[in-house]
Write a protein that binds this ligand. Sequence first.
Ligand code: ATP
Ligand code: MG
Length: 656
Amino acid sequence: VPDSPDAVLEGLDPEQREVATALHGPVCVLAGAGTGKTRAITHRIAYGVRAGMLPPASVLAVTFTNRAAGEMRGRLRQLGAAGVQARTFHSAALRQLQYFWPKAVGGELPRLLERKVQLVAEAAARCRIRLDRNELRDVTGEIEWAKTTQTVPEDYPAAVAKSFREPPRDPAETSGIYRLYEQLKRERAVIDFEDVLLLTVGILQDRPDIADTVRGQYQHFVVDEYQDVSPLQQRLLELWLGERDTICVVGDASQTIYSFTGATPDHLLNFRARHPDATVVKLVRDYRSTPQVVYLANGLLAQAKGRAAEHRLELVSQREAGPEPVYTEYADEPAEAEGVARRIRELLDAGVAASEVAVLYRVNAQSEVYEQALADAGVPYQLRGAERFFERPEVREAGLALRGAARAGSNDTLLADAVDLPSQVRAVLGGTGWTPQPPAGSGAVRDRWESLAALVRLAEDFARARPAAALGDFVAELDERAGAQHAPTVEGVTLASLHAAKGLEWDAVFLVGLTDGTVPITHAKTDEQVEEERRLLYVGVTRARRHLSLSWALSRSPGGRGSRRPSRFLNGLRPGSSAGGGRAGGGGGVERGGRSRKRRGPVRCRVCGRTLIDPGEMKLMRCEGCPSDLDEELYERLREWRSGQARELGQPAYCV
Ligand code: ATP
Ligand code: MG
């Protein structure tokens, strides 16, 4: 703990000190990644507290994730400023809501809705609208957007028209689903994530007495990652502030990655206009990354377009030179995962701590193949924001049931008719209520079914590889696999989506799956959406302190057509590519990762090349690449194949 307030300022550069000592009036810090924004505001709070100018309980620091909030609290404690509230908007609002609900509304605060998508699906079904998984995701996203922009169902079509966004489907339909979704929530006495902010804002607006109490408690506000504040969060902030301007915001317009939820960097960029007397500080020294990483980050930004890009800030690295970023092209995804796992193994063997390594991807579904590859390479890892397969409750339960059945052996009536191993596994799972036919719809029930279906397919693979294996052997195999995917207590390599990596940093960062269609993602269609994808890649690149690896695979599965291309954002940056894009280059400087060793013969869509069934990953995919979905008949056949009713699927498979 620093022994004086001034000691808290040590280790800050002059601009950061300016931030830390500007304790009165509005303060705005506009600065690029790794320039010490989070550090500056943390030290600012600590300095104010230690100097006796900010009572700890009067400060509310708002961060973007719970993890960031936890880190800030830890840092404040180390600086001798414990007791400051550091929370996300959501958790700060929830706390206030729980406290004021009985007085403002009466009774207990309604339960929080856990499975939102499921309720949206139900609302759609009641509107007689059939949605596939992608459409469901789109509609759910639209409802979230509407709520964070404080748009009621009736106003949604007009708001969409005004927003210059391309709605994923007929706004009148979405509006209908949205209305019913709200109704279902009321009927079931639940509130969703967005309601927490909406209700807090509503109460603070309608009840001056309650607003006064909150304002009496919090006098000083600090907001990190302000570029991603949504209109609703901004409203809440204004209600917390009242007439005061004791607010300090920091952000980087080039890292705006949540505008799909209604967030906008406008509040950050217009801060000075709203607060003409604000202290505005710019930071350009990058303390996080080597010149090599910074060079790439600046190069990415140089190509950016749009309002956020007009405010880009060229970074200047303060660190010693490090290794060049490594670009690697692989033939297929399993090969990419194996190659990345191998590189990570080498880094760990060279003394890099596993907790200093991250694998970052665009969508969570990409994690599975990396989980497997890291487990195979004996590398401990942890997932952010998702559960590991063998830790899912239904998988654990099934494991127990299988173990019990293996002990009972063939005398058990349950197994009397089941001759081969997969049938035995199906029979045991049947005893826990599982059926070969998937349940209708999506949601939790369907997810659980999928997990157990994956176990059945695992049994089928295992039986093919070891025809004489008994149930006990399979249980032993499961134990081994579960054990290989290390206990969560081990500080391992981080597997996370690019969104979840915001604000964090690691010595070595592997950006994987960098193909056109993934970054930018296929459903980013408008220029603005594509620019947001570029910023997402910028966020990824700037997470690396020293080692940065960028890789992609030309096809999804072994033996694929190789029709994918590296992300267009790397054109002109990746060695051997021209800025114009297209197929140019790929050569000089880009390493070839080759093909994967395992070939399991996936079934691919003949139109877009996407894998529909990957026996290696035990997965059935619905096609995202083609304009229309799998036809019903094919889907039925896939179901039968998956549930073990049909031995062969048979070619051809296609999505249209
Ligand atoms: P992001 O935009 O990614 O959130 P940031 O601007 O918040 O980045 P920080 O996370 O605060 O940056 O700092 C990046 C790294 O640089 C951290 O490891 C931090 O400790 C270090 N750092 C910041 N300022 C200094 C400084 N003046 N001297 C030494 N190290 C510093
Ligand atoms: Mg930060």
